[in-house]
Design a protein around this ligand. Sequence first.
Ligand code: UD1
Ligand code: UDP
Length: 384
Amino acid sequence: MHKPKIMTVYGTRPEAIKVAPVITELQRDERFRSIVVSTGQHKEMLEQVNKRFGIEPDYDMALMKPGQSLNELVSRAMAGLDTIIDEVDPDVIISQGDTSTAMVAALAGFHRGAKIVHLEAGLRTGNICSPFPEEANRRIIGQVSTVHLAPTNESRENLRRENFRSKDIVVTGNSVIDALIAASKWTVEFEDETLKEAIESEKRLILVTTHRRENLTAMKEIGGAVQDLAKAFPDHVFALPLHLNPKVRDEVLPEVEHLPNVVITDPLPYDQFVALMNRAHIVLTDSGGVQEEAPSLGKPVLVMRENTERPEAVVAGTVKLVGTNRGLIVAEATTLLESEAAYKAMANAVNPYGDGKAAKRAVAAIGFLVGVGERLPEFEPGIM
Ligand code: UD1
Ligand code: UDP
């Protein structure tokens, strides 16, 4: 009997985290043959996740080059994936999110006649240039997808407004919450001694991450804001696991590396990062995934961006958009650190993004697509 071949393609850290629960679910399901393809758009940051989730790609294209440009990456990914798709001949290709890898996987698969399933579909800011190039990528993926796995009702509504058919959209919740729940059960050992010391201390800890391409011109402002805050709150620790993009490091490091209460580390393995989020008092970030995870841990999040495609936690009151202006970031963080009332108003655990069953719903939706099963009831926030 022909087992439908389901090919999952991913290439960066956040995709690896978000596809891991789906790959695990596919691999234990006898109805399918699961094929895992890594473009290797990221290298060290991807290997960390593969190792922790125990995922070994069947194909590793190892594409990453230091300082890669979008067009160079996209053209090499397209050529390489085409050969693999030709060899595997998948029935379905899963493309996650909005990276260059995700966009190429969807387009290359579409060209080859595979059915495209978009995991984390329907996120929109409404501005094609922000985030750049992700908003364009997710719209392109949507155009060539057969099934749209929307994480929330809001993302489903975005798709409906663009005239996608309701019957092709399934609200699954975001698989990042499946990953977060799995990671919260792991035993964690911190390798970085300075970070370990900070975590074991009684001091308040502020977690900061930044990497967005459209924020590269504002990285000095972001680093400067961390500098001002670290000086204003010398008894607080600022933990900064830095993305490996040299452009991020060149801009941020000179602003903060001399400060005694700023702990700079390489990107952390997922289990350590989740434990660090749990230990943090507040989070400053421009990351998509962190915006989804931190609210479910009850951590106030200041998002250093002008807009977000993840408005659910903003509405719930645990996330606030503060932009990238140095003074404004400092002002908003200071309020949270000094006013108990302001802090309490934001420190509520909410789960608008998922309930830990997204992977099961995604795999059921794929089963339905290829005619071997039924869909599951959709995700509804508030019901765990
Ligand atoms: C990419 C995604 C972005 C996602 C982010 C997650 C695109 C266009 N961008 O952005 O949507 O939010 O990943 O982190 O798809 N590098 C390393 N080692 C690594 C990873 C990166 O050295 O493991 C360095 C390399 O010099 C690389 C640079 O970072 O060239 C940029 O990586 P790239 O994937 O092009 O862009 P990101 O900014 O990471
Ligand atoms: N993350 C991690 N280690 C780190 C920083 C982040 O494992 O040092 C995880 C984080 O928990 C989230 C994901 O990486 O799940 C987000 O990745 P990133 O911010 O690079 O990309 P984005 O989500 O913005 O696309």
